[in-house]
Ligand binder design. Sequence first.
Ligand code: ATP
Length: 210
Amino acid sequence: MKPLAIFGGTFDPVHLGHLCVAWEASELLDAEVLMMPSGIPPHRPPPIAGANQRVAMLQVALREQSRLVLDARELTRSGPSYTVDTMIELRAEQGDRPLVLLLGADAFAGLPGWRGWRQLFALAHIGVLSRPGEQLGLPDVLKDEADPRWVDDPAALRSLPSGKLIALSVTPLEISATRIRELIAAGRQPRYQLPSGLFDDPDLLAPYRR
Ligand code: ATP
């Protein structure tokens, strides 16, 4: 069965770095990818743009293609949004369909700090987005859990709903939302780092202007 992948982030704002890796992961896995903006992130300061504003930017960014799809469920949840809760919900909706949680290599290395992290393997596969040839430095507790789970072939994810790990070699772009916010606040216009549609409507990037 075609997997359903999940790419979460604050998307404050969504930029070409996010879209490029999500797209490549979608191609490598032959999966649809849910772009899932986080509500109140437990691990970081709150976003500058509000939930509706981040959704509006994602809607514009995701036009004219169908591999990457907006899923705003975490924005409607009150309190901090934990990935494990979202995965429990998705599992209930999707039956035995393979789910693949996409995580950057850094986020994956920090997984033991996440609520219910071991349970995540019972709910989904994990796709670790890595630079070509990148070596992952993993803490021992994660290595023990991870070692028996690695597979090389995306086809191995299609026959099981959850529990495997795959490194997805993608093209990371040197684009950061923090830097984009700084540039906009300084009166600059970071074209070619953001989907061009975000410049068509002056309201979309207004939250970052001073
Ligand atoms: P900030 O600068 O606000 O921290 P961010 O883009 O790093 O922004 P998120 O919007 O939460 O943060 O990112 C969502 C996911 O996208 C994270 O897993 C992050 O590692 C990944 N990501 C961010 N920028 C890039 C990039 N340029 N290339 C590949 N992946 C990226």
